[in-house]
Design a protein around this ligand. Sequence first.
Ligand SMILES: Cc1ncc(COP(=O)(O)O)c(C=O)c1O
Length: 346
Amino acid sequence: MNKNLNSILSKKTNVKCFTTPSHGGKFFIKHKFYQFYKNDISETDVYNPEEALVCSEKRAAGIYGTVKTRYLINGSTSGIIAAVLACVRRGDKVLIWDNAHPCHKNACILAGAEMEEYSIPLIEEWGIPQAITVDILEPYLKSGDIKAVIATSPHYEGVVSNIPLLAEVCHKYGAYLIVDEAHGALYPFSDKLPESAVKFADFTVQSLHKTAGGLNPAALLHTNTNLDVDRALSLFSTTSPSYPLLAVIEATIHYLNSKKGRAKIDTLITQICELKENCTGVEFFDGDITKIVIKKQGMTGFELSGFLYKNKIEDERANDKSVLLLTGLGTDYKKLNYLFKKLKNV
Ligand SMILES: Cc1ncc(COP(=O)(O)O)c(C=O)c1O
């Protein structure tokens, strides 16, 4: 159980390999990413994992408290598709949000599932969706034989739904709950952030690249079922996964779970809290603190976004009412301080 992807890497590079990949870690066409080749080895088929990868994913499941955790080298997108393929048969009904990330619909198309769509009302003053409630989902669950429900929590802007409660109601009607926690990969590692879905939902996907400092498109699929997610993943995934990406996923999880990683998250939260307290230039939405959602009376979100852009600040997205600025492990105090200085002068 001691093997891990990063330690295997150093051993492998000392062996004369007559295997793929053909660059052998030595030949490279000169460009700024040439260092990448050195660690780009062929290890195992990631979705039929052996040895180091098995050990690594088992350790990850222990950290998250799940039945299985799988490393994804094609983003949360692939996790959502695999989750749907694992729990749905052709013609089964899947309940999805009508404004969800496109991968939710694509997953249903690939599974040959029938889609039912639910709507979520907006928090009008902010132009962002409310949390998903039992009242929204239950009428669909009552009236039809829904096999799976996909819920996005948090929403992009940090609105989080009560996942334990939603899981309970889904299970009451015999449906699986798949949670898209793409924007919540830090949640399991700080008490100051909302509760993660990983222990409650049947499936949870998290993008490590969005908030947790991982490389694009590193992500995780967690499940608390014994359904065959590996077979589901193998249906559409490469048999030549990127070893550097897998190693980055492993390293990211261990960093997040370390004292240093947890302290880094807490520092980010404390800094944002303090800067917010001293900033009266704009109003702040009260959600996941790491997602800074702002508005200003007399300005649309698009105008506010334009003001920020003129001040060399690029937001994640804006709507008619508000602007979203994402932070994560790579957001340092200098950058935050610059943002809040500008916000004072809106
Ligand atoms: C809510 C949500 N779900 C899923 C995804 C897909 O994630 P990934 O880019 O890791 O495939 C995104 C990406 O923007 C997203 O915003």
